[in-house]
Write a protein that binds this ligand. Structure first.
Ligand SMILES: Nc1nc2c(c(=O)[nH]1)N[C@H]1C(S)=C(S)[C@@H](COP(=O)(O)O)O[C@H]1N2
Ligand SMILES: [Mo]
Length: 216
């Protein structure tokens, strides 16, 4: 008889449907790993903001930081529990740029040519971090070092590695994976994996927003 390791029910309750646990941390990158050039790197906030801000690496490194322990869920069906991310909490960013009330969505820009979209309300969640460290060590380049976004409540493709900018918008244009068959919202607990699961209203909104952005 083979011994089956029982699953701790407290842990099982933290694993969304269709996911399995891993203790390793897989690397999922479309394309190559960019390297930091501290001389030219900037992190920029633009679009519907009172104050357009661009931080150099030296300036960004002086922002206040905090620690968030969270679970992460990749749409390729692995989940990793209790990740200790350290970085700049989202509130430290938005209070410096003062987002205009018309802004409802954010297009996240990252190297190399990666984008992802999400509602502003979800970017402003307490557990959202611009992370520079993971489990006590600087973020490895493969995992988005020097700076990545961490949005624990959504599938991990929304957590852009090599983060470079937030663009605050009235509309919700699809980002890279969202244009390639993945869901606009991406809630792991609702298994919002693919674009064909989107409501008609959401599909209409994605088409209109994409058109608006192309024509501007
Ligand atoms: N810039 C950038 N960010 C990215 C990606 C990418 O290819 N480029 N992949 C996304 C996907 S699909 C996932 S699952 C996570 C993977 O992060 P990890 O490689 O640290 O596990 O990063 C996301 N952020
Ligand atoms: Mo992913």
């Amino acid at each position: 008889m083979t011994a089956v390791k029982p699953v701790d029910p407290a842990l099982a309750a933290r694993v969304p449907p269709g996911q399995t646990l891993t203790t390793k941390w897989p690397v999922l990158t479309y394309g190559t790993t960019p390297r930091l050039n501290p001389g030219t790197w900037t992190f920029r906030c633009f679009g519907l903001v009172e104050e357009e801000v661009s931080w150099t690496w030296a300036e960004f490194s002086k922002l206040p930081t905090t620690t968030v322990t969270c679970d992460i869920h990749c749409v390729t069906r692995w989940s990793r529990l209790d990740n200790r991310f350290e970085g700049v909490p989202i509130r430290e960013i938005v209070k410096r740029v003062r987002v205009k009330p018309e802004a409802k969505y954010v297009l996240v820009h990252a190297d190399p040519d990666y984008t992802t979209n999400l509602p502003l309300e979800e970017l402003l969640d307490e557990d959202v971090l611009l992370a520079v460290r993971h489990d006590g060590k600087p973020l490895e380049p493969e995992h988005g070092g020097p700076l990545r976004l961490v949005v624990p409540k959504l599938y991990f493709w929304k957590s852009a590695k090599w983060l470079r900018a937030f663009e605050f918008l009235e509309v919700n244009p699809p980002g890279f994976w969202e244009q390639n068959g993945y869901h606009m919202h991406a809630d792991p607990w609702g298994e919002e994996r693919y674009s064909d699961q989107e409501t008609n209203a959401m599909q209409k909104m994605r088409a209109e927003a994409a058109r608006k952005l192309r024509d501007r």
